[in-house]
Each structure stands twice: as structure tokens, then as C-alpha cells.
Design a protein around this ligand. Structure first.
Ligand SMILES: NC(=O)c1ccc[n+]([C@@H]2O[C@H](COP(=O)([O-])OP(=O)(O)OC[C@H]3O[C@@H](n4cnc5c(N)ncnc54)[C@H](O)[C@@H]3O)[C@@H](O)[C@H]2O)c1
Length: 284
């Protein structure tokens, strides 16, 4: 008995890295998996190669699981509909969506080209919308609930040098998910956010990942058990949560409003000097 027997999952960008591990882990727990990957290079350039998705489908089938490929780009609504259509054609329904596809075009803001901003936001933020909207509507119409897991990053939630485009997209995915978690409640569609860390082709040239010890400790397969947990009934009481996950650590990440200070006098209107006098209390 697997935790996800009878379930159907879509994983975008599942031809390599973290997405491949998600697909293998979901399949190992009994889910039928639609393996989406456009192929192409780390920065989103190059002709798409069907080989990446096909290879993961073969790996799942070789282990006795069920999988089907899809090669659409998540960056357009036509692509997002294509992903859902492939899942429905292969398996007839979708219970679980993991939005994971991603690229990098790092540049400091002063040197960033419009195209670097647009492409990163198209794949990550718009891509999350493009696949989620048709799938969310399918889940609503089916009326049997669902789980949507979106991939953010500490680069967006905490900030990272040289990644204003990527950080903006990843923080946008967090906001999108927080709102969708509220919209999904009525239909028992649970929504989560991951901020993973793993050694993949996306991160292989970062200084942090240069030692063999770090590469081994940051194996992408360490991210996926959390996805299986969230997708399963073990997490059926949870929604709207954000998790840091990687290297053996799992921790909730939260946007927290401090206690702050409320002024009652003068209709609550602060002067800048009063704000300066209270800044220590405001910042706690
Ligand atoms: N590796 C990390 O430490 C880390 C940290 C934070 C967030 N993330 C996020 O995790 C996700 C997976 O990243 P990864 O590290 O496994 O990188 P990766 O490059 O190994 O995997 C990303 C996959 O997405 C696919 N892809 C790219 N554009 C696509 C498109 N338009 N449509 C469909 N597929 C597309 C790529 O072909 C690739 O297989 C990404 O969203 C990334 O931003 C990773």
C-alpha cells in the first residue's frame, strides 16, 4: 500500500534535478505521474529536448510505476492547458500538481536586461499561474479536492544578491499561493509552498556547492519526502503553509507581523520624529 495509491500527479520541470526526484518519489508511493519538461538549458535557452521527460518516465516504468511525458512550456496558458490535457488523456484526472519548472538568468539590477526579467518571470511566476489555473478548475469541477505545491525560494523569501528577477518571481509565487490557499478551502484544494535547497544544475556553480561533502549533503532527493507528505492524507488538515527543505532540514517559513506600536492620539497620525523615537519597538 502506497500513500498515494490511486492518485494522479503532475510535476512540471520533472526531467531533472528536484522535479525528477518529486516524480520518482510520488510514483514510488503509488501515484501515476505526468512528467512535464520542456528540455533545454539551465537558463531556458536552446531547443527543447523530449529526452529529459522521456528518461524519467522510463525510470518510473522500470520500477513498476505508471507515468506519461509532456513537453509543453509552462510559460504560456496554452502550455499549461496542454500539461493538464496530457494528464487527463493518460490518466483521466489530476489530484496533485507540483509546480517546479524553473530557470535562472542572474544579473544585478543595474545590468539586468528586460529579456532577463521577462523570461524568468514568465517561467516561474506566470508559469505557476498557467499550469495552476486549468488544473485548479479541473479539481474544482471534479469535486474531490486536490493538492497544489508551488516552488518558491529563499532568494525571494529572504533575498539573494544578483537575483532581483528570480527573487521577485519566487516571492510572487508565495503571494499567489497564499491567496490560492484561501480560494481552495471551499473545495478542499490544499496549497503549499516549498523553498528548497539542493545541488542541481541550477545551483552547481554557486560557491556553497563546490565541495563534495556539500553536494552529497544537499542531494535533491532529500526534498521530495516533504512533497509526498503534503500530497498525502497525512497532511489533510494542513494548507497555506510554506516550508524550507533541504540537506535534511525541514522548517516552516512565515511572514510575521510584529506587535508594533499603535498611536491613539491625534487620530493615529504619527510624525516622522515620533516614528524615529519608537523605531526600536516597531522593529521588534
Ligand atoms: N536547487 C536549489 O537549491 C533551488 C533553490 C530554490 C528554489 N529552487 C527551485 O526548484 C525548482 C527546481 O529547480 P532545480 O534546482 O531542480 O533545477 P533544474 O534546472 O535541475 O530543473 C528545472 C527543470 O525545469 C525545466 N524547465 C525549465 N523551463 C521550463 C518550462 N518553461 N516548461 C517546462 N519545464 C521547464 C528544465 O528543463 C529543468 O529540467 C525550480 O523552480 C527552482 O527555482 C531550487
Amino acid at each position: 500500500m502506497g500513500l498515494l495509491d490511486g492518485k494522479v500527479a503532475i510535476v512540471t520541470g520533472a526531467g531533472g534535478g528536484i522535479g525528477r526526484e518529486h516524480a520518482l518519489s510520488l510514483a514510488a508511493e503509488g501515484a501515476k505521474v505526468l512528467v512535464n519538461d520542456l528540455g533545454g538549458a539551465r537558463d531556458g535557452s536552446g531547443a527543447g529536448s523530449q529526452r529529459m521527460a522521456d528518461h524519467v518516465v522510463e525510470e518510473i516504468r522500470a520500477k513498476g510505476g505508471e507515468a506519461a511525458p509532456n513537453y509543453d512550456s509552462v510559460a504560456t496558458i496554452a502550455g499549461g492547458r496542454g500539461v493538464l490535457k496530457s494528464a487527463l488523456a493518460a490518466f483521466g484526472k489530476v489530484d496533485i500538481l507540483v509546480n517546479n519548472a524553473g530557470i535562472l538568468r542572474d544579473k544585478t539590477l543595474s545590468k539586468m536586461e528586460e529579456e532577463q526579467w521577462d523570461l524568468v518571470n514568465a517561467v516561474h511566476l506566470k508559469g505557476t499561474f498557467c499550469v495552476t489555473q486549468p488544473t485548479f478548475n479541473h479539481m474544482r469541477e471534479r469535486g474531490e479536492g486536490g493538492v497544489i505545491i508551488n516552488t518558491s525560494s529563499t532568494s525571494g523569501l529572504e533575498g539573494n544578491f544578483g537575483q532581483c528577477n528570480y527573487g521577485a518571481a519566487k516571492a510572487g509565487i508565495w503571494g499567489f499561493s497564499r491567496c490560492l490557499a484561501l480560494e481552495g478551502k471551499k473545495n478542499n484544494i490544499r496549497v503549499f509552498v516549498l523553498a528548497p535547497v539542493a545541488h542541481t544544475r541550477l545551483t552547481e556553480d554557486l560557491p556553497f556547492f563546490q565541495t563534495e561533502e556539500t553536494k552529497a549533503r544537499m542531494d535533491p532527493k532529500l526534498v521530495s519526502p516533504l512533497v509526498v507528505f503534503l500530497a498525502s492524507d497525512l497532511a489533510k488538515e494542513l494548507t497555506g503553509r510554506t516550508f524550507f527543505v533541504g540537506g535534511g532540514t525541514i522548517a516552516e517559513m512565515k511572514m510575521v507581523r510584529g506587535e508594533g506600536v499603535t498611536k491613539k492620539e491625534n487620530g493615529g497620525l504619527w510624525t516622522p520624529q515620533e516614528i524615529a523615537q519608537n523605531i526600536t519597538k516597531i522593529l521588534t
